[in-house]
Design a protein around this ligand. Structure first.
Ligand code: SF4
Ligand code: SF4
Length: 320
């Protein structure tokens, strides 16, 4: 199947996925209620997210996602979806971090699915269902920052350890269960009037806060605000995407959704020379599972390292 056809399939799948909420929104408008979902989806931030996600897919399918393109692409995502909203530039005022991907899950569980949260989740799920974690791999600013650090670590010759996926998945699931328990019991809470309002555990470990330049009341508050992001960057030198594999609930949700994705990394030929180059060069714990064609795999962030490194072109991004 040629690249143009694959991109066509991806676009068709994406259109189909978006059709349901768009239709619902149109029906709402028809009943005289505001079409909130559509309004929010048309904001520059979400349009840019979809455009970058699909552009990444096109580059992956045509095997053009190499370091010369990866670095500017990841810098662009980091800038647009992480840094831009802090600048006093009107064009970037619509690129607010809020709701961050984590908040779109955590705050929605706590306070209900508001439209910006639903749109954020829809964009994330859409880009996950089209390609292997296209949102996490190429759009998310925290993901992009970790990927850039991993590439820098490679350049500096720093040896990174690979995750034991059972361990990292156990921590990620454990944090989600702890979040649900703490939210349900309102052990973490604030008081408004006479009412105790549950707070999110993830607010205390949310690396997305690191992109938000806001004046904190005390030095300690400033440290707490930036610490998760700084720790994430520091650990990204020695393990691949520590925040994604260990903490982020979106990482967990997209890992569960990933097997349904239209495109993924697959072995294209039955005979593999078993040279081990792809496994040795890849940053993730996923490649051995791909070679075994395992149904359940650790997260693939579509970084393209395994595909680009296979000397016989055995691995490819293609329809699963
Ligand atoms: S797992 Fe979370 S932090 Fe990592 S790339 Fe995905 S949304 Fe971003
Ligand atoms: S090396 Fe291959 S399997 Fe691992 S994250 Fe990158 S594209 Fe996915």
């Amino acid at each position: 199947m040629n690249a143009a056809r694959r991109i066509g399939i991806a676009a068709a799948a994406g259109f189909g996925f978006l059709l349901t909420p768009l239709t619902l929104a149109a029906q709402q408008a028809g009943r005289g209620r505001p079409a909130g979902f559509l309004d929010v989806l048309q904001r520059p931030k979400f349009v840019a997210m979809l455009v970058l996600g699909i552009a990444a897919l096109a580059l992956l399918l045509t095997k053009k996602m190499r370091n010369g393109i990866k670095v500017p692409f990841l810098l662009l995502s980091t800038f647009l979806f992480g840094i831009a909203a802090n600048l006093p530039v009107k064009a970037f005022s619509g690129f607010s971090m809020h709701p961050s991907p984590i908040c779109s899950v955590a705050k929605a569980v706590l306070y209900g699915f508001r439209t910006p949260m639903m749109v954020t989740l829809a964009v994330i799920l859409f880009l996950t269902l089209v390609g292997p974690k296209l949102f996490c791999g190429w759009v998310c600013p925290v993901g992009a920052a970790q990927e850039l650090v991993a590439m820098l670590a490679d350049k500096l010759g720093i040896r990174r350890r690979r995750w034991n996926f059972r361990f990292s998945q156990g921590v990620r699931v454990g944090l989600l269960l702890l979040f649900i328990f703490l939210s349900g019991t309102a052990i973490l809470h604030t008081v408004q009037g006479e009412q105790a309002i549950a707070l999110s555990l993830y607010d205390y470990i949310n690396a997305f806060h690191g992109f938000e330049i806001v004046k904190q009341p005390t030095v300690m508050d400033t440290v707490i605000h930036f610490l998760p992001f700084l720790l994430t960057l520091a650990f990204a030198f020695v393990v691949y995407r520590p925040f994604c594999y260990l903490v982020c609930p979106i990482g967990l949700v997209t890992n569960l959704v990933e097997p349904l994705g239209l495109f993924r990394v697959v072995r294209t030929k039955p005979a593999c020379a078993d040279c081990g180059v792809c496994t040795a060069k890849s940053p993730c714990p996923t490649v051995p599972e791909i070679l075994k064609d395992a149904a359940v795999r650790p997260d693939c962030f579509s970084c393209a390292v395994c595909v680009n490194s296979c000397p016989s072109g055995e691995l490819e991004f293609r329809v699963r």
